[in-house]
Design a protein around this ligand. Sequence first.
Ligand code: NAD
Length: 455
Amino acid sequence: MTFTSMNPHRPADVVATAEETDVGSVDRAVKVAGPAADVWWHQPVAARSAALRGIGDTLRDRLEELAQLTTREIGKPITEARGEVVRAISIFHYYAQMLLGPDGESYPASLPGAWLLVRRFPIGVCGLVTPWNFPVAIPAWKLAPAIAYGNAVLLKPAPPATQTALLLGEIVNAHVPGDLVQVLPGGGPTGEALVGHRGVGAISFTGSAAVGRMVAPAVVSRGGKVQCEMGGQNASLVLADADLDRAVQAISFAAMGYAGQKCTATSRVIVEAPVYDEFRSLLVDAVEAMQVRDPSRDECQVGPLIDEASRDRALRAIAASGGDVLTGGAAMEGDGFYLQPTLVEVRDGEDILAQEEVFAPVTALMRADSADAAVDIANDVRYGLSAAIFTSDLGGTIRLGDRLEAGLVRVNAPTAGVDFHVPFGGLKDSSLGSREQGLAARDFYSETRTIMIAG
Ligand code: NAD
């Protein structure tokens, strides 16, 4: 069965037509990936390091091509698409070095004269199931550590980002042996076949909570290793002592940039009562000044939504909210799937816009009577990915920051924005299993064996 991906700015522009990878093809891919991993793992470590460095270098050479394709296929503002490729370059270069680091530990043995060692080994075949919204960086931050530590990879990208994944796969494959990295285009059924395959030792999933909650038990029930990074309902807290100009700049971008389609986007802005009216007015002005444009133009900050269904879902959520729309609230004229950046003043934390992940340029504004009340409101959701506090009080930051239920706590900085070399992941329904990136990725993509040599 074939499927297509299309340009969300100009839907008549079909970007990819691909064949859905069926169960039999997934099985064949797994069977050839196993031996490829074995050969790869036994190559000299310097060769593996050089391959990763080479991938980073080729990404740098083809940066503009990959960024333009990303923008065309998923509607990401071009400046952000370029930034995403730059991040992927850094990720491959980082793991090219990381894999040369210590790969084990040595302990004193109980038996006199014996050696007691802990050594790392690859898992074998890893399945990566990825979302469409970061079609370069997310596959990169899974793929680079997976191959760095000696595994083969089967990448199942989200259908709207198929062509971008195929180009990334082509770039990677120019540097690694055949069958080591395979891209398997397809939707849910292809993902299910990969997730359920007993030959796939580990699954790293990023996507919605609804799908992640099905993926995790499917892997665990067959004895596989799994990590899931899922949705968010991220809060930005503006305290009475905050630098309001700085806060409004960071928050308007985190909420509306890339049409709110980041897992770390700000979905709720919680403002302490003494500065609430002033901040509301500043935020409305900033949101109305956001540049909603063709994403291929450098000045674009807010592009289209990924598809018609996503825009309809966002409009239904706005309609279901009991709040007052302060700005925006409607679809925009034209063929593309544009939605006006929308700020809604909600009455309470139970409002749909304060609870659900809308994944659109739609943000709830709420008042809190105190800084502690702001934290309570921020925590009163099922998600726990990212949270930001805007304040000038260091002592308060430490106390309140520790109370925030979020995997990323950011002070005087947007909720969106991730460093590639530190652990990344959320709490509560945002995450299942171990963290991604940095040293945490080494732990996920390898297994230790404890070896005693009695001599
Ligand atoms: P999605 O859950 O619809 O799809 C994610 C991937 O899962 C896709 O490749 C999809 O084809 C596949 N899939 C669908 N059904 C499957 C099944 N039954 N078995 C196996 N695989 C299946 O998510 P999306 O719309 O592509 O991406 C948006 C979501 O991703 C948002 O919820 C967003 O918050 C989340 N996200 C999270 C992070 C993070 O790191 N926490 C990062 C980016 C996006």
